[in-house]
Write a protein that binds this ligand. Structure first.
Ligand code: GRF
Length: 206
């Protein structure tokens, strides 16, 4: 399977995904695409010998369709089977998400359906949640609402601020996303639930 990874920033999830696709893994990274020219993830992709490119959204202004047409033009050169959004910070229109339906994943830094959208760690702290985490889901036209493919839980510790919680969740993201991508590439859509450091007992009987 050919995987394209979309980023907007440092690309730590992209690195975790790319570094996982080795050996007998059924997928390989074929493109890293950023909407931000100075994204740190671009150099990390190039250092790994992965084709990397930029499609800057700014020249398109409010014309999301035109930006997405440019994304699709660049993606067409790589012919990916799967898109992984990894710290990609643009909202995609229904036209784009429907064109990639069933083939596009995203990682969101909360235990969806709690806290779709932004500032998830501030919101979990403000709510006094005892745990937080991240979710990998299929991307649909409902923002952060697609079918869940995996979740990882981490504790919220006394005295945590948003940065400390974000760092703990990000570490869990790097464990979860590669495992979910491998299952997805193998055609396994059953959700994977990780607890701190390990896999939750399989309760779905599969
Ligand atoms: C992080 O906030 C992460 O929780 C979310 O996207 C942001 C950047 O991640 N998934 P990355 O380091 O660019 O993968």
């Amino acid at each position: 399977k050919r995987v394209a990874i979309l980023i907007s920033g440092g690309g730590s999830n992209m690195v975790a995904l790319a570094d996982s696709m080795t050996g007998d893994h059924p997928a390989r990274p074929v493109l890293v695409l950023s909407n931000v020219a100075e994204a740190g993830g671009i150099a990390k992709a190039e250092a790994r010998g992965i084709d990397a490119d930029v499609v800057d959204h700014r020249p398109f202004g409010r014309d999301r369709a035109a930006f997405e047409a440019a994304l699709n033009d660049r993606l067409a050169e790589a012919l990916p089977d799967i898109l992984c959004l990894a710290g990609f910070m643009r909202i995609l229109t229904p036209a784009f998400t429907e064109a990639w339906a069933g083939r596009m994943l995203n990682i969101h830094p909360s235990l969806l359906p709690k806290y779709p959208g932004l500032h998830t760690h501030d919101r979990a702290l403000a709510a006094g949640d005892a745990e937080a985490g991240c979710t990998v889901h299929e991307v649909t036209s409902d923002l952060d609402q697609g079918p869940i493919l995996g979740q990882a839980r981490v504790p919220v510790l006394p005295g945590d601020d948003a940065d400390q919680l974000a760092a703990r969740v990000l570490t869990a993201e790097h464990q979860l996303y590669p495992r979910v991508l491998r299952r997805f590439a193998e055609g396994n859509r059953s959700p994977l639930y990780l607890l701190e450091g390990g896999e939750a007992p399989n309760t779905s009987g599969r």
